[in-house]
Design a protein around this ligand. Structure first.
Ligand code: 9D3
Length: 229
């Protein structure tokens, strides 16, 4: 997969893209990334990318020119099919099902807004999926783009080690994690459940299923019924 990010703040992606699963996936060739600053496509002396809203009101609005120019520039670098994603608070709320769909695409072009918002013609003039990551206010689309990239890249073949994908068995899918423990057996008086030290693999598996179900029922009952109308 190829991921292009269009942003006014490319530098905030650098460490993220080099670290952890995403960094490993890039090193392994599962994904390539390219950062483009649409300020580089500003036309004026001050390299401006935003302007005052027609009709008045507070704040600034991202202008069409640099966004369309940057988009055309990056898209011309590769002629294959691509999926555009506009990160916006008005978008569809990101779900794991949407993440799985995006992970099947050969190329994603992510467009991050900032300031008070986009000129509406960016939204209407670009054939893009509009995605939000949830009902809270961010100051820009960058953290949302990183969330999306993280969630998508870990689904790409070869991005995770075998041990991690094995955990995604049919039972645990859609449930919260069971509690996990490692050494020491006792820490500040807190002990590890006996069953995990028993060596009885069937008993351990049953306990984990029970714990995952109990936890999900207690904390996220909505997950148990996910998919129902
Ligand atoms: C000025 C009024 N704001 C409404 C509360 C508009 C606004 C525009 C742009 C608010 C936030 C932003 C910046 N946020 C994003 O670009 C964004 C976002 C978010 O804020 N929450 C969840 N998902 C996303 S995806 C992009």
């Amino acid at each position: 997969m190829r991921i292009d990010v269009l942003t006014l703040f490319p530098e905030v992606f650098e460490v993220f893209l080099a670290s952890s699963i995403v960094g490993r996936a890039r090193a392994a060739g599962c994904v390539s990334t390219q950062l483009t600053n649409f300020r580089d496509f500003a036309r004026d002396r001050h390299r401006s990318v935003d302007d005052r809203p027609f009709g008045g009101g507070p704040g600034m609005v991202l202008t069409c020119g640099p966004v369309f120019d940057a988009l055309e520039h990056v898209e011309a670098q590769d002629s294959g099919p691509l999926t555009r994603v506009l990160l916006t608070p008005q978008g569809r709320k990101l779900t794991q099902a949407m993440v799985a769909d995006l992970a099947r695409e050969p190329r994603l072009v992510l467009i991050c807004g900032h300031y008070e918002g986009f000129d509406e013609r960016i939204r209407s003039g670009i054939d893009a999926r509009e995605i939000s990551i949830g009902d809270y206010v961010l100051s820009g689309g960058e953290p949302a783009a990183m969330v999306l990239i993280d969630a998508v890249v870990r689904l790409l073949p070869g991005a995770l080690g075998d041990e991690a994908s094995a955990a995604n068995d049919s039972f645990s899918a859609g449930l919260l994690e069971y509690p996990q423990y490692t050494r020491p057996r006792e820490f500040r008086g807190m002990t590890v459940p006996e069953v995990l030290l028993s060596g009885d693999h069937a008993k351990v598996a049953l306990w984990r299923k029970e714990q995952a179900l109990k936890r999900t029922l207690q904390r996220r009952p909505d997950l148990i019924h996910a998919g129902e109308a």
